[in-house]
Design a protein. Sequence first.
Length: 406
Amino acid sequence: MTTAPEAPDILSAEFNADPYSAYQVMRNEAPLIWHEATQAYIISRYEDVEKAFKQETFTTANYDWQLEPVHGRTILQMGGREHAVRRALVAPAFRGSELQQRFLPVIERNARELVDGFRTAGEADLVSQFATRFPINVIVDMLGLQRSDHDRFHRWYTSIIAFLGNLTQDQDVIADGLRTRDEFAEYMLPIIRERRENPGDDLLSRLCLAEIDGTHMSDEDIKAFCSLLLTAGGETTDKAIASLFANLLQHPEQLADVRADRSLIPRAFAETLRYSPPVHMIMRQPAEDVELGGGVVPAGSTVTCLIGAANRDSDRYSDPDSFNIHRPELDTSTAFTAAADHLAFALGRHFCVGALLSVTEVEVATNQLLDAMADLRLAEGHTPVEQGVFTRGPAELQVRFTPTTQ
Ligand code: HEM
């Protein structure tokens, strides 16, 4: 084990500017690092991160302090039967006919409304005008909440993500997260009670009525799950769409391929998830001492799993630092399932429940954006700059295009 003086510290500005070079040093020279400032072990190799996601020894007790103070208790923290029952209650809304028949029109409408905001302008920032707004609008609409409250939802999920990724335990971030918890509860609990009385056709009413083996969700459970949905489904898909376009715009020949053959969109999305995943780190806490990265991690300690590093491990992928939607090992039949090759949705018990929803959102968004923006290119002199070490994506994406009127 090492303290890795060769690699920039994960809290440094240098790391934020370019984590990928640091990841390479970590994988090659320091696969298990003790990081004093965050009191956590850091792992970066594919086989180690995969093991931490798949083996039940690695619990998600870290969310007791990383998320529960703001969300309340959610499925992310649960294990065993409790997790299985809770997941069965919520999963149907995010796959199959429920997704395709009920929520596809919601997704299409929300994409169209945002694209209408700039389709005749010839220029846009795809981050602030589309990516940060679209997934959150979709979830708010699916839950049957007020889209006019968008700014509030956006502020809340930004505050929760900051709390989750608060590696330095900044007191202002903690205080803001706790304020968000109170504001969100005050907003949601009366709506949940009202929906129980008068259920509608929306996801929130479904959650109120859902039952598996005699188990229902309490008002607190539903409030906590909605808070998780806004965060897990908002921030991640926001970064995914922005990164997909940043990657394609910086590889114009691949953008041209996708424009000409839209069946390549899932390949572009799968390669984006590998090359520039929205979530770069996830924690775990082993229940017993475990061998990892050539050392032993003691029971109860925190392990920081670097998804962004594992996804570029040369032991797993050829030419890992190249973005290539045509790479032969890409398999879109598994890329959005728990059998995925990349680690962007995690693997094992907590594999992302919203993976298929995110695919649908990305397909709809990409098709509509390409249809609306002929001759799409980066604005002259603009180079997308990624930011964030916990979640990561381009800060802005200034584009130019020939406007259409449809
Ligand atoms: C590209 C988009 C997305 C990415 C990269 C992503 C990533 C992840 C990751 C890494 C996890 C595992 C967390 C862990 O094991 O500690 C996860 C779990 C989860 N995600 Fe996503 N997510 C995305 C989209 C969504 C969407 C759209 C939703 C729903 C609206 C969603 C809801 C959830 C939920 C509820 C869990 C917890 C599942 C469980 O504990 O069983 N995600 N996601």
